[in-house]
Design a protein around this ligand. Structure first.
Ligand code: SF4
Length: 350
């Protein structure tokens, strides 16, 4: 089986070509990288300025496989969910969320997920497998190409918040982040990449120690251990105290404020006691808090909060010391909103 060309750091690819293609001028690799990462072309035959023998070398030594379209769904609020097929026919999903100023892509890091959060449709798939680094990078190239060809626009932000727990697939995620941030790769600023976690403590520490910069988002959803453990089994493994230590460690190592995601679930985490616990937990954290009204997936055991319940909660939440935002999750009618991704959830296909 050939090495997938997107699995290599641009510098690593350049070195391999230097060794294997003695006599090939240095600018040849630059031309290749431009086709791969700036033009989003993955067919050597279409790389018009490369000589025939160099194309033959590439085809004989590398796979250029990128995730392929299985379906594309567009929501009434203009979010686009791509269901993508991998080489082994497994399916993953990415969601493009366009706004006036930003085009954010939410990408997957695993096929399914093993963390079993009770508010999440992906959890129902279980963990099927980790994605390889080039499958994570491939989702970005795929969406960037779609945006460029349909609207001549660029992707601006990435969130690793789709299917899977990114920190349970740390090696591939770190390697993908390096390629996404490399100037000769996709050249994303670390400020524009957010890694979201359910609270995998060793992963938070390893990310902080890796030297790779990225923003961190934590799905907290309750600051009371007994409640959080009911909703997110990861809390039985790493409780709120351990989690807090890891977050403080991350803050010491990184220059970015943490984002706390708090899904609003009526009759579960919206009472005064919940707010009081949250206020105490985040008191000394440099963070902002996003409150996200829960959107039930198929067979959900919880209901969505009413507008009155949300307004009442947000009024009381103003007592929190941090910046707070009410974030409406987009793409609900195509099962593309937060916690709804599951390869079996289909909306209207176009
Ligand atoms: S919320 Fe994230 S970590 Fe939890 S089950 Fe869903 S995909 Fe996995």
């Amino acid at each position: 089986m050939f090495t997938n060309i997107y699995s290599l750091m641009p510098e690593e690819l350049a070195n391999k070509i230097k060794i294997e293609q003695l006599g090939s001028p240095v600018y040849r690799t630059k031309q290749l990288l431009f086709w791969l990462y700036k033009s989003y072309i993955n067919e050597p035959d279409k790389m018009s300025n490369l000589p025939a023998e160099f194309k033959t070398y590439l085809l004989n030594n590398y796979s250029f496989y990128l995730p392929e379209t299985d379906s594309k769904l567009v929501s009434s609020d203009k979010a686009i969910k791509y269901r993508l097929k991998l080489e082994d026919n497994e399916l993953i999903e990415s969601v493009l969320i366009p706004t006036e100023k930003k085009n954010t892509l939410c990408i997957s890091t695993q096929v399914g997920c093993g963390r079993n959060c009770q508010f999440c449709s992906t959890a129902k798939m279980g963990l099927i497998r980790n994605l390889y680094n080039y499958e994570i990078v491939g989702q970005v190239i795929y969406a960037a190409r779609q945006l460029k060809s349909s609207d001549n626009k660029k992707l601006t932000n990435l969130v690793l918040m789709g299917m899977g727990e990114p920190l349970d697939n740390l090696d591939n995620v770190l390697s993908a982040l390096r390629i996404l941030q490399s100037q000769e790769g996709l050249s994303f600023s670390p400020r524009r990449i957010t890694v979201s976690t359910s609270g995998v403590v060793p992963g938070i520490i390893a990310l902080a120690d890796s030297g790779i910069k990225a923003k961190l988002a934590l799905s907290l959803t309750s600051a009371i251990d007994s409640k959080r453990s009911k909703l997110m089994p990861v809390n039985k493994q790493y409780n709120l105290i351990e989690l807090k230590q890891a977050l403080l460690y991350y803050l010491r190592k990184s220059s970015y404020r943490i984002t706390i995601e708090y899904i609003l679930i009526p009759s579960f985490n919206m009472d005064d006691d919940d707010l009081k616990a949250l206020s105490k937990y985040v008191g000394d954290l440099s963070c902002k808090i996003n409150f996200i009204p829960y959107i039930p997936g198929k067979d959900s055991i919880f209901r969505a909060p009413t507008v009155k319940e949300i307004n009442d909660f947000m009024y009381r939440a103003q007592s929190l010391p941090q910046a707070i935002t009410l974030r409406k999750s987009r793409g609900a009618d195509i099962f593309g909103a937060c916690g709804q991704l599951n390869k079996n959830n289909l909306g209207a296909k176009i």
